[in-house]
Every structure is written in C-alpha cells, then in structure tokens.
Ligand binder design. Structure first.
Ligand code: 5AD
Ligand code: SF4
Length: 357
C-alpha cells in the first residue's frame, strides 16, 4: 500500500479540518488500514506508574503545577514501584513508563539511576523502562540511558514558540529553547524518543497542529503521545474562557491528528492517550481505530491517583491495577485487536533507524 509520507502542509490542514462525518471516517479507515498492513492488528501495552507529583514547574495548564497548594504531594518508594513492576510482569507486560513531575536535584537524579538498576535486576533484559520525568541536563539523560532505561518521553506541547510561551510562565524555567534542546539531548543519548502535543489549546490553529505533525516527522521521532487539552479549575489557563474549542471537537480533532500522523510516519509507535478516555469512556478504542498502536494502562496505586490530576475528569480514579487492565483487555478484544505479549514493543521506526545507521 502506498504510504503518504509526503503530505503537503496544505493537505494536512485540509485533513485536520474535516468536519463531514463520512470524510472523517474514511480518513480513520485509511490510517487504520495502513497500521494493520505494517504493524498488524496489534496493540502494545506499557504499564504507567505515576510515581511522584512533586514538580518544580508551573505550566499554566497543569493541575499538579508547583503553585497549586491544593495538591497533596507524594513520592512512591522504590519498594512500591518494584511492586507495581512485579505486577506488570505477572500480567506479561513488557515494560513500564515511570512518570513524575519535574525535579532536577542530585538526590532525584541519583535516585532514578538506582531505581533503573533495581528494576533491571528484578526483571530481565527484554523489559523496557521508559522515563517521563521532564527537562534534565544532557549528562543526566546520558546517565539514565547508561543505567539501562531505553525510552524517554518529553512532549514539546506545541512546536509553535509563540503559543508555547503563552501557555507557560515567563520565569526562566519554562523556555521553548530548553525544551527543544532537551529533546535533542534525549535523542543523542540514544533513547527511543517520544514527544507529543496538546490538541485544542486556547489560541491554537490548524496550521499550528499541521506544523506539529511536520515537526515530529522532521525530528525523526520514534514514539508519540498526544491528546486533547483538558481544563483544570485550579490552573491559570482555565480562566481563558474566550477561545475554547468544544470538548467533542477536541476529541475528534485529536483522532484526526492520530490518523494523519500515522500516514506521515507509518511505523512509529503512537499512543492512544488517557486524555481521550476522559472525554468519551471508549475514547482510547477510537484512537486505536484511527491508527494508534500503544496503550498505557494506569497501574498507579489508587491511593495516589487523586493526587495526580493533570486535568479534570481523569478516568479510573477508583480502579486498582488489576481491574484497569482487565477492562482494557476486554475493550481491545471488542475492537478485534490483539495484545502483543512476546515482543518488547520497540518502535519499528526506531529499529529501522538503527539498521540504517
Ligand atoms: N490537559 C491535557 N494534557 C495535559 N498535560 C498536562 N496538563 C494537561 C491538561 N490540562 C500533559 C502535558 C504533559 C503531560 C505529562 O501531560 O502534555 O507533557
Ligand atoms: Fe510539572 Fe509536567 Fe505539570 Fe508542567 S506539565 S507543571 S512540568 S507535571
């Protein structure tokens, strides 16, 4: 099947702007067919562990921003984290994503290195560790890669510098340039590199989003997680009521973003995100049918979940890991997809990159 890696920006904008139901469905169908053709009717799972909500940053959209004093701050212990890893292994998952707010102090940096070693020791070489713990120095990224983490997620949030500045405080801690540099350092350290954007941000245009997709392509990104921007009452961005896109429109636009990205980069890993599920309970299944191939079931212990609300209406706050996973397996089965078990789920795009290097 012909892939469409050379979509022009104008064509991308046209596809992202589709409103006709039938045209939209045919876009999803094309993207899904491409995914099935190249990657199979298969879904890769990674267990998400939101191990701490301590964060030094104040992103204007995020519920756990440092200045939100309503949040009870927590950090899981290594033992708790290893317990979740053991659970993930017992369910035959092949990797976990360790996510937290941003800390850059030496104690944290060292702790992560030690944690990586402990997880490696407790599992075997095929178990994949993904980190999603924000902006760090190039040395820190290298240290963590050398310790044995294989993947890193750092969303660019938006590739438009002006829009980026409008959704972050201007305090020296939230610079677009730093974010870009970090992404490059992550790639240079040797990680399979993931990024992503929020969709439906106040002031965001279809052109911005088309540029985001072209940015992802130009940078040779291996994995993408992107989803709708969602409000949180205790954040400054929530007060910008004027330019708000209705939730369902954000949802559908997010699906169109996934579909177009699949056509632009047929072999990368694309996650169907929890934010989609926050708008429609079966949102992630829609994401899979629009071309995504990765799901990240939330394995964070229930007692911490309510303290990790980046946005409102986050689903499954009361579900323990076992039930979360069970529900997910059922919904994957319903859309006639299969979970991949005996494969570590490396991005095909990344593997090809290694071979051609
Ligand atoms: N809505 C949607 N996504 C959000 N994130 C943070 N706050 C929100 C929100 N209000 C996303 C950002 C960040 C990731 C960890 O969560 O993209 O990179
Ligand atoms: Fe911290 Fe990440 Fe939230 Fe920004 S988006 S405030 S860095 S947790």
């Amino acid at each position: 099947m012909k892939t469409e890696t050379e979509l022009t920006k104008q064509k991308i904008i046209r596809l992202l702007s589709l409103t006709d139901k039938e045209e939209q469905q045919s876009l999803f169908k094309r993207a899904y067919a491409l995914k099935v053709d190249l990657l199979g009717r298969k879904v890769n799972l990674r267990g998400l562990i939101e191990f701490s909500n301590q964060c030094r940053k104040n992103c204007l959209y995020c519920g756990i921003r440092n200045e939100n004093s309503n949040v009870r701050r927590y950090a899981m212990t290594d033992e708790e984290i290893l317990g979740v890893v053991a659970f993930a292994r017992s369910k035959e998952l092949t990797g976990v994503v360790l996510q937290s707010g941003e800390r850059t102090d030496e104690e944290f940096v060292k702790r992560i290195s030690v944690l990586i070693s402990k997880i490696k020791k407790a599992t075997d070489d095929s178990f994949r560790i993904t980190l999603s713990v924000g902006e760090q120095t190039a040395e820190t990224y290298q240290r963590w890669f050398n310790a044995g983490a294989q993947r890193y997620l750092l969303r660019i949030e938006t590739s438009d510098e002006k829009l980026y500045r409008s959704i972050h405080p201007n305090d020296g801690l939230h610079s677009f340039e730093t974010r870009m540099k970090c992404l490059e350092s992550i790639q240079q350290a040797g990680f399979q590199t993931g990024t992503g954007v929020m969709i439906g941000l106040p002031g965001q245009t279809m052109e911005n989003l088309a540029d985001d997709l072209l940015f992802i392509q130009r940078k040779g990104i291996d994995m993408v997680g992107m989803g709708p921007y969602l409000e949180h009452a205790q954040t400054p961005l929530n007060n910008w009521k004027e330019s708000r896109m209705p939730l369902l429109e954000r949802f559908e636009l997010s699906l169109r973003m996934i579909a177009v990205l699949r056509m632009l980069m047929p072999t990368i890993n694309i996650a169907s995100t929890t934010a989609l599920q926050s708008i429609i309970p079966t949102g992630r299944e829609f994401g899979l049918r629009a071309g995504a191939n990765v799901l990240m079931p939330n394995l964070t212990p229930v007692k911490y979940r309510k303290s990790y609300l980046l946005y409102e209406n986050k689903p499954s706050l009361e579900l323990e890991a076992d039930e979360t996973l069970e529900n997910l397996l059922q919904s994957i089965h319903k859309i006639e997809e299969q979970v991949v078990y005996h494969d570590n789920g490396d991005s095909r795009y990344f593997l090809n990159r290694q071979i051609n290097h």
